[in-house]
Design a protein. Sequence first.
Length: 101
Amino acid sequence: MNHELTRKRRLLLVTYKRYLEADLGWSRASSAARAWFPDESRPYRGTMGSPRSPLRRIYEKRQRALLQLAAARAKFREAKAQMEARRTMILCLPAPRDGSA
């Protein structure tokens, strides 16, 4: 594998792990927040509080991780396409029939 492609793949894996951690944190935080309210009186699902609330910070961390993952995926695909474009092709031609070389 190409060195550049290896670096982009490693970046993709790191950003994917960060996203998984952030997503797990968001799932846990939103479940914990829902546990504060009885089932019949839960607030609107989209409310997340003030900009400084812990829940909003966790959500924004998840969103940043998702954007970084998308950027890393695009860079990996671009590096892969460049590697494919630079791949050397060997062309095998038949020998001439008339005997002149």
